[in-house]
Design a protein around this ligand. Sequence first.
Ligand code: GLY
Length: 385
Amino acid sequence: MSPTRSSDVLVLGGGIIGLVTAWRAAQRGFATAVVDPEPGGGAAQVAAGMLAAVTELHYGEQTLLGLNLASARRYPGFAAELTEVTGLDVGYRQCGTLAVALDADDRAHLRELHALQRESGLDSEWLSGRDCRRLEPMLAPGVRGGLRVDGDHQIDPRRLAKALVTACERAGVVFHRVWATGLAVAHGRAAGCVTEDGTLLPAGQVVLATGSLSGQLNGVPRDVLPPVRPVKGQVLRLSVPRRHAPFLSRTVRAMVRGSQVYLVPREDGELVVGATSEEQGWDTTVTAGGVYELLRDAHELVPGITELPLTETRAGLRPGSPDNAPLLGPTELDGLLLATGHYRNGVLLTPVTGDALAHALATGELTEEARPFSPKRFALTEQPV
Ligand code: GLY
């Protein structure tokens, strides 16, 4: 296919959200292309990959909970399908999560979370400190209690991204390895994009899925531009030598002095420790302060981590939205759809986003479960003067 031949669907952004959209669109028979200088890159290269619908529940986010749970339920089939299509293991691990408390404030916070989970009909069990340590012997003696959530699992986002690139290739998706710099609009509808070298890539429909950059594309009308901002997360990777295994058997997390810290153990010995949450614009510097705070808090939870080799430090940008929920589907500009704003739940929401966008591309409508996440909820309204 020549680079300027028209696609049915042009996906701007080749992170996991753009890739899953392109894969599902191609499976429906759309001639699909992805525009990204480095497909499979982006926030998924940093993310820990927790599928934490229950342990990351917040007051006021019950609608988002429904979408998160729908996506979590899809994960076993989604991971199996990707492996069948690509031959690649995506690191889906049904390991569960233990959220623990180190002091009275943390415990009060966890008790509130437990009450909210129960009100929402979710499975979680309150454990004493001793029972937490029985499950995870590496936990600090000071752990005062915790919540056992056996339904919150994990996936390896780097493996997921690689498998999605392969799945797209196998489904005939074309990759344009350049930046999209502007949206092309013709006769009042999205008609493709312009790339950094000035090439016009025409398309029947365009999906904007450039994560934290989604609000930055030239040519998108102001009232359609997604209100997405970057929220920085610094993440560490350690490795558990064989002699220390099993170090942790499930994800362990806590709120320490008001900050979230989590430790996600992979089957291959990688231990991911995250994450800071910083409103710092486009900065992706790994700072001494960020690394210090993560190690300090993780060490309070699991003192043995200071023995482990520190193999990587990295920062990424979550695409934050005004209500912490994604923007999915058709916009007020015909031919332009959004798949962005997933904030802390991009990895978790990958399966359901692919299904919702494929349906929207085919029918012009969102699936019922995705309807509350229409970008139109942020439409600018005329202010009375
Ligand atoms: N969902 C974990 C994070 O965004 O840090």
